[in-house]
Write a protein that binds this ligand. Structure first.
Ligand SMILES: [Zn+2]
Length: 172
């Protein structure tokens, strides 16, 4: 995906560029090409970006650590403010307010569609990754942890005790 020149958008019909895509992103490993569409509109002081994307990624289950495939789908839109970056101020106290957290681009700069789609896909990756809702996780049964005879003997003692209790006469 080619970078879009922000000032060039003003010369286009409806100050807007829209296109479909189907390709692998360099920054994100996916099983299938990422496909979708993207529209970038210049609205004077800001860009209005709308897009959709669809792909399949391989994730590792948080419970059993097995890999599984997960379909990522998104429909997203974002406003990106156009303003020149502030020159760095040395020695001054840096205050971070909410405005700094909003995405901005210089009005004469470039918009990188692949970067935007990459960010949206990252946000769409589930927090809690499970291969299956009922995944029972790693098998922690005693035989697997200590492996064998040792355990059998200890459990044999318990089994014998259970049997004794079972055979004892119920209290009257
Ligand atoms: Zn699992």
């Amino acid at each position: 995906m080619d970078a879009i020149s922000i000032p060039q958008l003003l010369k286009m019909a409806e100050q807007r560029q829209a296109f479909e895509f189907r390709e692998h992103l360099a920054s994100l490993e996916t099983l299938t090409p990422v496909q979708g569409h993207l529209s970038v509109r210049h609205c004077g002081g800001y860009l209005e970006v709308t897009g959709s994307a669809d792909t399949i990624v391989t994730l590792a289950c948080h419970r059993c650590l097995q890999h599984y495939n997960h379909r990522l789908q998104l429909d997203a839109s974002e406003l990106i403010w156009l303003e020149e970056p502030e020159p760095p101020t040395f020695g001054a106290e840096v205050e971070v307010d909410y405005d700094d957290l909003v995405e901005t681009l210089p009005p004469n700069g470039l918009f990188h569609p692949d970067n935007w789609i990459y960010q949206q896909l990252c946000l769409a990756i589930p927090h809690r990754q499970l291969c299956d809702r009922n995944c029972s996780g790693i098998d922690l049964s005693p035989e697997i942890i200590t492996g064998g005879d040792d355990v059998d003997r200890r459990w044999a003692g318990l089994a014998a005790l259970k049997q004794q209790l079972g055979e004892a006469d119920p209290p009257r």
